[in-house]
Design a protein around this ligand. Structure first.
Ligand code: H79
Length: 422
């Protein structure tokens, strides 16, 4: 994607002073929640697929019709405590929720529009108040997604071409009257924020984006901005939606993935990634030096899908035992191996065995170091190993099965190990 090319963390050289928590966190929860969650991928009896939060655009729903969805949006099952607790149980260290997506609806109490959850719905409450508090109580960094350019509700917002003429739009006016004041509200009304997650930039030159960013920095200098603020001005890099880079990337970065195939809730999408698949993504992200922020799509009542709850809790169980191989690690030294990937801490390689060889033997090529010990992270059980030339061969315990979540082998060593990837 073109936004990736605008970013080069190695050349900028300066990192945000508060970036370390993000680098160590590795696993975050993304939440897409808005009026589209109420529609659940269906409009006038027709089913839409792909991304539930795009339904207004996909069905070209006029603003006057879309507005009416707010009148039936009443998420009485929302429980900030339960959502934050799920993130904690899943082992997630940060949470980013949609304050306003492209549909233009504000999921928080805003003075700058009536099209928000307090003014326009029968629910009449601001769910972000309790969610931000409950996340904070659990030591989970809390952040907002904010669609800074696309706003399909506003005549001057980006990308609604079915109601409004592009040639008549005044983007400067939209930024001044809605995006900037709302971002100020988000940065001043919900305590300390970990992240503002901007998406799809537009309507501003590089200089204007700099001014935009600088004007917001003053409210919370410690708050990180995602790279999709545009023009290379974010504090860490995001790849494309559901994209994992195939090799190690230096500098702070994050991959974002859907849990099923949609960000916003879709009632007919059951294609949820299993705990095995989630741990696979998490291990691969960490092995390449980055984070995984996995999405949750609650429905219009405020319920998180059962699959998501159950699968995330299983991942959390795995992390309780194997978290040492994920949190606070840096990229692995071994690159992609037939059996999986690795992550690093000083004097340690954590081998994530994602595909168990039939003979249970893990080959580590070119690993010529002094080994102190090699053990399974689950239970600290010592493993048998042998050196063959420069290679190291570790034997998994007999009877460990392919079906279980990935086994982590720890190599505790002294010396300088070779980096096997570019
Ligand atoms: O919030 C999620 C997306 O809605 C947002 N970014 C993530 C985090 C996003 N904004 N723009 N895009 C994604 C790219 C647009 C993709 C599209 Fe489509 C392809 C729009 C129309 C075709 C995906 C598939 C959405 C509808 C169908």
């Amino acid at each position: 994607q073109d936004m990736d090319e605008m970013w080069d963390s190695s050349s900028s050289g300066k990192e945000h002073k508060n970036i370390q928590w993000f680098k160590d966190a590795k696993f975050g929860m993304f939440i897409h929640w808005g009026l589209y969650s109420k529609l659940g991928g269906e409009w006038n009896g027709k089913r839409y697929y792909g991304s539930g939060e795009w339904i207004m655009n996909q069905a070209k729903i006029p603003v006057t019709e879309y507005k009416k969805v707010a009148q039936i949006f009443n998420p009485v099952k929302f429980n900030g405590k339960e959502w934050a607790q799920l993130a904690e149980d899943a082992g997630m260290k940060y949470m980013v929720i949609t304050a306003k997506h492209h549909e233009g609806f504000s999921m928080f109490d805003s003075k700058y529009t009536d099209f928000d959850i307090v003014d326009a719905t029968p629910y009449k409450k601001d769910p972000m108040k309790s969610l931000s508090m409950e996340a904070g109580k659990r030591g989970i960094q809390f952040g907002f997604y904010y669609s800074q350019f696309q706003d399909w509700y506003e005549p001057n917002g980006g990308k609604n071409t079915w109601d409004f003429k592009e040639s008549e739009k005044d983007y400067q006016k939209y930024y001044k009257q809605k995006a900037i004041p709302q971002l100020k509200e988000l940065m001043t009304n919900y305590g300390k924020l970990g992240i503002i997650w901007f998406d799809t930039p537009g309507g501003l030159t590089k200089k204007e984006t700099e001014d935009f960013v600088n004007s917001l920095r003053k409210y919370q200098p410690d708050c990180l901005f995602s790279s999709r603020v545009g023009h290379g001005l974010g504090d860490y890099k995001d790849f494309g939606d559901s994209e994992l880079p195939p090799f190690t990337i230096n500098g702070p970065w994050e991959s974002i993935y859907t849990h099923n195939d949609s960000w916003g809730y879709i009632k007919h999408d059951m294609n949820f990634k299993t705990p095995v698949e989630i741990v696979y993504l998490l291990a691969n992200a960490a092995a390449r030096g980055g984070n995984l922020m996995l999405n949750v799509g609650p429905d219009g009542e405020g319920n998180i899908p059962e699959y998501t709850i159950n699968y995330l809790k299983e991942v959390g169980q795995w992390l309780k035992i194997n978290g040492e191989s994920i949190y606070g690690t840096t990229a692995g030294l071994l690159g992609q191996q037939p059996w999986g990937v690795s992550t690093s801490k000083s004097g340690k390689q954590y081998l994530h065995v994602l595909h168990k060889p039939m003979d249970g033997k893990i080959l580590i090529p070119d690993f010529n170091v002094t080994v102190n010990k090699i053990y399974l992270l689950d239970g600290n059980k010592a493993l048998h190993y042998e050196k063959k030339g420069e290679d190291l061969i570790v034997s998994l315990p007999v009877g460990s099965t392919q079906k279980s979540l990935n086994d982590v082998i720890v190599i505790d060593y002294v010396g300088q190990a070779k980096v096997l990837q570019t």
